[in-house]
Write a protein that binds this ligand. Structure first.
Ligand code: GTP
Ligand code: MG
Length: 234
């Protein structure tokens, strides 16, 4: 089923591009290397997830609080990979997919407070096997539509039986409030046949501002509560 899906997504274009006439050739030259590459990305996702689980375990012990609310991971689907490669005008080969797409492996870290995001991102980036490729701080500089998140593209090694391979992973850090806005905005924006509406756009920006106020006030309350406990423990 999965093989069939990969074949259906790419074969039409490959037949033209590579001038192969035999299905078995396409499977050998494309489908198998594609599946192998995807399994490398799955390994990279596992490595990144483990790193955050380790940080979460350590920080929970140290501060009696887990800064990570949840971790979500996803491997980009063949449909989305093909769509993005065609949209960006890249050749549909396995090498080109690996070279040109940074977000095949995706990890989303949902944190309690905005300062947790920077603390976790810095802890990760300090690790000597992590290589930062790109950082986009949509928290300090939100997008015009209001979107907030910290995005990192990193490279992480995966150790195969006879070699080490560096794999790119996109990590998105958000608070619960940023994630709530982004999930709902996505649902609203991708509603079928949504015509352009200034009202909807302005409201989304307004909601994003409210969400950033909630983040700041909640973090402030947490700091106050921590200070109170330290000054006057029960
Ligand atoms: P892509 O080509 O779509 O990956 O964009 P990009 O390379 O400019 O990357 P960017 O870091 O801006 O965004 C990548 C990802 O962040 C998207 O795939 C979404 O998951 C998320 N994202 C970015 N902008 C928005 C937004 O306005 N709304 C929501 N809901 N998510 C967003
Ligand atoms: Mg993307």
């Amino acid at each position: 089923m999965e093989l069939e899906n990969i074949y259906n997504q790419f074969s039409k274009h490959l037949v033209e591009q590579l001038k192969y006439d035999k299905v078995s050739d396409i499977v050998k030259k494309f489908v198998q290397p594609y599946k192998k590459l995807m399994s490398y990305y799955t390994c990279a996702i596992m490595e990144v997830e483990t790193k955050f689980n380790v940080l979460s375990e350590e920080l929970s012990m140290q501060y009696d609080r887990n800064p990570i609310e949840s971790i979500r991971t996803r491997l980009k689907s063949p449909e989305s990979i093909r769509e993005k490669m065609i949209r960006k005008g890249f050749p549909l080969t396995v090498e080109s997919i690996e070279e040109n797409l940074n977000d095949i492996a995706g990890v989303r870290i949902i944190c309690s407070f905005p300062s947790d995001i920077y603390a976790l991102a810095n802890s990760l980036l300090k690790q000597d096997d992590i290589h930062l490729i790109e950082k986009k701080d949509y928290i300090k500089h939100p997008k015009a539509n209001g979107y907030r998140s910290l995005h990192l593209i990193i490279e992480i090694p995966i150790y195969l039986h006879d070699t080490k391979k560096m794999m790119k992973v996109e990590i998105q850090f958000r608070t619960i409030s940023m994630d709530c806005w982004a999930s709902l905005e996505h649902k609203i924006r991708y509603k079928k046949d949504l015509p352009q509406s200034d009202f909807i756009e302005e409201e989304l920006v307004e909601c994003a501002k409210m969400s950033s106020i909630i983040d700041a006030r909640m973090e402030n309350l947490y700091t106050m509560a921590t200070d109170l406990v330290q000054r006057d423990p029960k």
